[in-house]
Every structure is written in structure tokens, then in C-alpha cells.
Design a protein around this ligand. Structure first.
Ligand code: ZN
Length: 159
């Protein structure tokens, strides 16, 4: 299937866009350039601990695309750490996501959706109809320590 040139949604701007290892301050070992969407994939998956499906959904891309972006990001960061290169966060194919309304998440099917401000709290998951829903922003902490949703550790492999 031909891949449409889709802009990846980025939900966070980053305060830092350049890292440089101390030991090489006087010695330039070069740098790797981490694209904005690669940084975002690291933020969502590795920093916030989201599962891949949710992260891909937030970035408006498919899971395989997310996986590819994340793998590339990890490879670059690994290269920088091992070889003492600087990391520059720059460029990519992305757009800043519009400021979100309220996000809700379904505990049953993990569907995440957005509800505009000023409308009432939804009663059901629009995907599966479950009433076990909750504000998505509020549950990040729990979710990571929970047992169910993130049990697919086998998916983390790089192959
Ligand atoms: Zn649901």
C-alpha cells in the first residue's frame, strides 16, 4: 500500500533541542539529528510509558510507522550515547497538534477520544459502549503500574 505523506502530530514542544556530552566539549565527535517525531515517540512510549497503539493514535500514524519511528529514534540515541555524539532535535515531518479538548479513555478497549470543552462528560465509550471511562490525562500514572494494558512486553523487540 502506498504510504501517504502524513504529518505526524506532536503534542509537546521540547525545551531542549541540543545535548552534548561533557567529555567531548573540546573534541567534536559529530552529532545525530533526532527528528521531532522521533523525539515525540520517545516521549510517549519511553517517557510516559504509553502503549504503542495509544501513542500511534496520538501521533496520527499507524502502529508500524510508530514502531519504525521509535526504532530509528532509539538507534540514534544509542549511537549518540555509545559514540559520544551530540544530539540535535530538529526537523522532521510533523505538525503541532491542536490544543486538546478533554481526552477520555476507555478502560475496556483502551480507546482514547477527545471531547470539546463546553460539552458534557461522555457517558459511554464511543467505540465499545463501555461506561468504564476516565479522563485520559488523569490516569497516566496508574496505567503504567497497572497489570493489564501494558502486558505486551514481547512487542518491545526491535526486529
Ligand atoms: Zn471502549
Amino acid at each position: 500500500m502506498p504510504r501517504p505523506r502524513r504529518h505526524r502530530q506532536i503534542w509537546s514542544s521540547f525545551d531542549y533541542d541540543y545535548w552534548r556530552p561533557c567529555a567531548t566539549c573540546l573534541e567534536d565527535r559529530g552529532e545525530v539529528v533526532l527528528k521531532m517525531e522521533e523525539m515525540e515517540s520517545i516521549r510517549l512510549k519511553d517517557h510516559l510509558g504509553m502503549d504503542q497503539r495509544e501513542a500511534a493514535e496520538l501521533m496520527n500514524i499507524s502502529q508500524p510507522t510508530f514502531h519504525r519511528i521509535l526504532a530509528e529514534a532509539r538507534k540514534k540515541i544509542g549511537c549518540a550515547l555509545v559514540c559520544g555524539k551530540a544530539i540535535r532535535i530538529h526537523g522532521g515531518t510533523y505538525e503541532m497538534a491542536v490544543p486538546p479538548g478533554r481526552k477520555f479513555r476507555c478502560y475496556d478497549c483502551q480507546h482514547v477520544w477527545e471531547v470539546a470543552h463546553g460539552t458534557g462528560r461522555p457517558l459511554n465509550c464511543p467505540n465499545c459502549g463501555s461506561v468504564k471511562i476516565r479522563r485520559a490525562e488523569d490516569d497516566r500514572g496508574y496505567d503504567r503500574s497497572g497489570s493489564g494494558a501494558h502486558g505486551r512486553q514481547g512487542m518491545h523487540g526491535m526486529q
